[in-house]
Design a binder for this molecule. Structure first.
Ligand code: ADP
Ligand code: MG
Length: 326
């Protein structure tokens, strides 16, 4: 699905530059669920935006289904995004003046779906996320969890291949968080989606098949602890799956992982990339309950731009916010 090589991203800031990504190599298989965890300001959102074709890398290759998003013309990237990639953001990014149904329909406008079909598909998508009785509510009349459900319906109504979620539960209380993650997991499983989910939250990350850690613009993978069955794995084979059972498409996509049991090395694209400068010992222990706090207080770059800066939020491109109804 994705193959990233040597991806860097520099942002201009004042007279200097911020190196948000410093050489990311990453393969995401069809149907895989990858969680990306790590402290604030270390490049998680930047990576997600580049995966989604919302931004371009400063250098490197971002192959999506065999095409380099970094090289495609803007109209082509827009098309890929409209057809194949669903986004869910921490702040929901719904259009406040549109009803739930209209917000969901907005995702189908660029695909030139006719009015009647658009309406019907939006209603079905809202039904699936449990909001069939809230079609005409505007976001301000919905709870946070409900707004995020609308955003999920909007992301999925076009039946994308990929769902990219950036801290999708960051603004929700714990119960709602669990509901939303449960919903995303169901969608992933039932629809054979490829899902990349950025989160601070270890509880959520652990439900994914694989966890990447973003630190200082570099992505590394910790080795999952061997389970009883994995303990018998021959030397050299790398575990690539943990946690939830994948959906049918995911199983098909992950079939090469069955080769884990063979003595040969696994396919190279399933192997965690090698980051010699990120010592294993320096990796955060995700099972350590103190991980989040320790990371957040200890590793934040003191002079990084403030992500709570409203200007930064505004700069966050939202597909729905740029859509107009015809
Ligand atoms: P995360 O999602 O892990 O919190 P980000 O990817 O948002 O991190 O940011 C990585 C780094 O790039 C941070 O230092 C951030 O301040 C900076 N950054 C992100 N977006 C921009 C931007 N549009 N302009 C300038 N700097 C940015
Ligand atoms: Mg972020």
């Amino acid at each position: 699905m994705y193959k990233l090589s040597g991806v860097t991203k520099n942002y201009m800031k004042g007279r200097g530059t911020v190196a948000a990504l410093r050489g990311v190599d990453l393969v995401v298989e069809d149907g895989e669920w990858l969680a990306v965890q790590g402290p604030t300001g270390h490049g998680k959102s930047t990576l997600l935006q580049i995966l989604g074709g919302l931004d371009r890398p400063s250098s490197g290759i971002v192959e999506f289904d065999g095409r380099d998003l970094a090289q495609l013309r803007e109209t082509e990237v827009t098309k890929v995004r409209a057809q194949s990639i669903g986004f869910v953001f921490q702040t929901f990014n719904l259009v406040p003046t549109l009803s739930a149904q209209e917000n969901v329909e907005a995702a189908l406008v660029p695909l030139r779906v006719g009015t009647a079909a658009r309406r019907q598909r939006a209603q079905m998508a809202l039904d699936v996320v449990g909001l069939g009785d809230r079609l005409r509510h505007v976001p301000g009349e919905l709870s946070g969890g409900q707004q995020q459900r609308v955003a999920i319906a909007r992301a999925l109504v076009k039946e994308p291949k990929v769902l990219l979620a950036d801290e999708p539960t960051g603004n929700l209380d714990e119960d709602t968080r669990d509901e939303i993650i449960g919903l995303l997991e169901t969608m992933w499983r039932e629809r054979g989606l490829t899902m990349v989910l950025v989160t601070h939250d270890s509880t959520i990350a652990r439900r994914a098949q694989r966890i990447g850690i973003m630190k200082n613009g570099r992505l590394s993978f910790r080795q999952p602890r061997p389970s009883r069955s994995q303990a018998a794995r021959p030397a050299g084979a790398q575990p690539v799956r943990a946690g939830a059972a994948p959906g049918p498409a995911a199983q098909a996509a992950l079939a090469p992982a069955a080769a884990e049991l063979a003595p040969a090395a696994p396919p190279s694209d399933l192997r965690a990339p090698d980051f010699p400068d990120l010592e294993d010992a320096a990796h955060p222990d995700l099972d350590d309950p103190d991980f989040e706090d320790a990371e957040l207080t200890g590793l934040e770059e003191p002079d990084g731009p403030d992500l709570d800066d409203p200007d930064f939020e505004d700069a966050d491109p939202s597909p729905a916010n740029t859509v107009t109804f015809d």
